[in-house]
Design a protein around this ligand. Structure first.
Ligand code: FE2
Length: 460
């Protein structure tokens, strides 16, 4: 059988393939029907290897140990199906990619996906998953080129082309090509307003360029569609809250936090990351966040041994340390150190960047600001290893600056803020803290200029 993009697919009947296509279409738009479409696919053909593999991929995307077990069962079902009925090389390679991912070998998984794409550049599932894995790996160059490598096989006549443009936009933004990213992202959204990944890519451009009011307006334009998607919608609400935070509109941030980001107190890792990183930013700005840490801390108590993504782990640590859950903090510090001994992808990342980050977070909440600087400053250029976007990882750069100021390490603060002001010249948060560092170092003129710059940026 042939799928929507003409790829040979092993299935018992056409209905299974059409439902498989519908599942991919739903997945690409963060649709709430994704799971039901996949169920219908497997109901039409319980022996469809690629559908079992897709189920396994979906389990892996939750980054939960309990679902890794289920992903293993899906892999076994997929292998059994491939053995009984036969499978194409592409399908077998997908099963190999899932296998590597389950074993925590992200580089191997993405190598399988890239090998599929070399032969089948229209395999949009392989493309999306490679996109995510490059993103998890913090590999901006492959994030960019993974899409670039397949563009020769795509144009408007191929189903799903807009999604490819959306991924390209995000990749270009993370690599730093913001103008090209925005053009590409906007053309993806024009083709398909439901492509929230493309909407998100343009929001990231605005975030990187500190275009705060435009960012608010851009996300508000997509508001009707945020209610129709899965939990990814919460991440776009997070971006909206971030723009409001940078406009110093705390009331809107807290409203978005309560009514949108944490409306259903979801347990998904990305939702917890959004929430914890927003609460940290609010508190650093002197905002009383009430008891909002509490429900997050409770959830994260059960996550101290997860280690599916270092990126998620360090956000769980934020919730534990902020909530003063000392026993869980100590347990998690031991846990991450033990995990960091191994050789799988995230174990190496944990050793290199995760453990120092976790320690820095704990020092911060114990008021040991000098130790935060000592632990964090040497690893700050390694932070891309933990994956996530520049906007998400910015939290840890802010942590370093806040700790340098808090501990009276004003020379360090000046250095890091000088870098940051050069990189983000329109960011008021930066200039305000730069003013504090300069004033403490008796550079009164520089401090006054920095204060004026902050005020001008906030007014304009
Ligand atoms: Fe984002």
């Amino acid at each position: 059988m042939l799928d929507a993009r003409g790829l040979e697919t092993t299935a018992a009947n056409d209905a299974a393939v059409r439902n498989f296509d519908a599942t991919i279409a739903q997945y690409l738009r963060f649709g709430t029907e994704t799971g039901d479409c996949l169920k219908r696919t497997l109901a039409e053909d319980p022996g469809m290897a690629l559908a079992h593999c897709l189920k396994g991929y979906f389990f892996m995307l939750f980054c939960l140990p309990a679902l890794v077990v289920k992903a293993r069962a899906s892999l076994d079902a997929g292998r059994r199906a491939a053995g009984e009925r036969g499978a194409t090389d592409r399908e077998r390679r997908h099963l190999d990619a899932l296998d590597a991912w389950i074993r925590g070998e992200f580089e191997q998984a993405v190598a399988h996906l890239e090998a599929i794409l070399a032969d089948h550049p229209r395999d949009v599932l392989a493309l999306r998953l490679a996109h995510y894995l490059h993103f998890y790996l913090g590999d901006d160059e492959n994030l960019r080129d993974s899409i670039g490598r397949v563009l020769h096989a795509w144009d408007d006549t191929v189903d799903g082309y807009g999604y490819v443009l959306g991924m390209h936009a995000f990749a270009l933004e993370e690599w730093g090509a913001c103008d090209e990213a925005e053009r590409t992202g906007r053309s993806a959204v024009e083709r398909n307003p439901a492509d929230l990944w493309a909407v998100h890519a343009v929001a990231h451009v605005m975030e990187m360029q500190d275009r705060r009011p435009e960012g608010v307006a851009w996300i508000r334009e997509s508001e009707p569609r945020l209610g129709e998607c899965n939990n990814f919608g919460y991440h776009l609400w997070w971006h909206l809250a971030l723009f409001h935070l940078e406009l110093e509109d705390v009331e809107s941030v807290l409203r978005l936090y309560d009514e949108r980001m944490r409306a259903d107190l979801s347990d998904e890792y990305l939702d917890i990351c959004n929430a914890t990183s927003m609460l940290w930013r609010l508190e650093e700005r002197g905002v009383d966040v009430g008891d909002r840490w509490n429900e997050l801390g409770q959830r994260c108590e059960a996550r101290t041994g997860d280690h599916q993504l270092v990126f998620a782990d360090v956000h769980y640590m934020l919730a534990l340390a902020a909530g003063g859950r000392e026993a869980a903090v100590d347990r998690m510090l031991d846990d991450v150190s033990a995990f960091a001994e191994g050789a799988a992808t995230e174990q190496v990342v944990m050793r290199s960047a995760g453990v120092p980050l976790a320690r820095a977070i704990v020092h911060w909440y114990r008021g040991e600001y000098a130790q935060v600087v000592d632990v964090l400053a040497p690893v700050r250029y390694r932070l891309p290893l933990i994956g996530g976007s520049h906007a998400q990882r910015d939290l840890f750069h802010q942590l370093l600056i806040a700790a340098a100021l808090g501990s009276g390490r004003y020379e360090t603060a000046r250095t890091v803020l000088s870098e940051r002001a050069a990189r983000k010249p329109r960011n008021p948060w930066t200039w305000k803290r730069y003013a504090r560092a300069l004033a403490a170092l008796d550079d009164d003129e520089g401090a006054a200029q920095a204060r004026e710059t902050a005020a001008r940026l906030l007014a304009g």
